[in-house]
Design a protein. Structure first.
Length: 305
């Protein structure tokens, strides 16, 4: 689907859920003085880290920074040292599809991803980063150019939070404007892709984009994604199929089918984002801020890429 005639978002603050924005901003203000802000730069590096020199590797340094060529030549480990630039360009790609409207608990996957996106946008603003957004749904696409500043981040977050959920009687997938995304993403940008990540076809140019940008997939996981309720028969609405489906979890065939789907889904997510810390998964019933802190701390402590 082509991007609408108004390809770039205007500067007016939409009539968005202001109470949600105020709550998110309070959470970010609290996070800045706690663990979340301290690990922010180690997770979102992108163009915000400029190469300085090669130094000897010390215990506790990030293993991802090891310069293997120098290490092999000198016979002992050396790492690349970076200095931080002032700004980082972060492009949020929000793929809003009917699949996100599923939720077996108190929140849908869409609710969770919107909250995560809002938190990260406001957190980025506190670090003077430029925040941009590509929004895509089966109905329409739009793009907000990366801009710095708290007011700009608030406008972008407000417009995203104010987007109505896609109609369930329309196409189940959006037509992502990847060509435009590739043009908009400058070298060294961070791209945060929010979506359901249903198995499909890798976007054209995706691997090339990963070579010049840091890409992170953000996914919300419902309890039913891990395991279906045991020994029960129930009816639920499938937003992808667009109809009511009956589930018999006492059936071995049902459980086997679910296990196969679960493995298929994970395999696809790993194929899109081969690096472990490039896959951010949020439990739908978990505290969103705590989940982000946990991911950031794991990243800094483990360096598992």
């Amino acid at each position: 689907m082509p991007v609408s005639s108004q390809q770039f978002a205007d500067n007016t603050l939409p009539l968005a859920p202001r109470t949600v924005l105020r709550r998110l901003e309070w959470q970010v203000q609290h996070a800045v003085s706690t663990a979340l802000s301290g690990n922010y730069r180690s997770v979102f590096r992108g163009k915000g880290m400029e190469f300085d020199q090669v130094v000897k590797y010390q215990w506790g340094d990030d293993m991802r920074d090891i310069d293997w060529n120098v290490t092999a030549r000198l016979g002992e480990p050396y790492r690349k040292k970076f200095i931080e630039e002032r700004e980082l360009s972060i492009i949020f790609v929000f793929e809003d599809t009917p699949a996100l409207q599923f939720g077996s608990g108190t929140r849908s996957k869409r609710d969770v991803l919107l909250e995560v996106a809002g938190l990260l946008m406001l957190l980025g603003a506190t670090h003077r980063d430029r925040i941009g957004l590509f929004y895509s749904s089966p109905q329409h696409n739009w793009f907000q150019r990366p801009q710095s500043g708290r007011k700009s981040a608030l406008r972008t977050a407000a417009r995203l939070l104010g987007q109505p959920a896609p109609a369930l009687d329309r196409e189940p997938e959006s037509d992502m404007p990847w060509r435009m995304i590739r043009r908009a993403a400058t070298n060294g940008s961070v791209i945060l892709w929010f979506g359901a990540f249903l198995p499909g076809v890798i976007p054209v140019g995706w691997r090339a984009l990963q070579q010049r940008c840091q890409t992170i997939g953000v996914r919300a996981d419902d309890a039913w994604d891990s395991a279906l309720p045991e020994n029960t028969r129930l009816s639920t609405y499938d937003p992808i199929a667009g109809r009511i489906v009956n589930l018999d979890t006492t059936s071995r065939a049902t459980r086997s089918s679910h296990a196969h789907w679960k493995k298929w889904r994970e395999s696809w997510f790993e194929k899109l984002f081969p690096l472990v810390d490039a896959r951010l998964k949020i439990d739908s019933e978990a505290d969103t801020l705590k989940a982000l802190v946990h991911h950031f701390q794991q990243h800094q402590a483990g360096g598992r890429w």
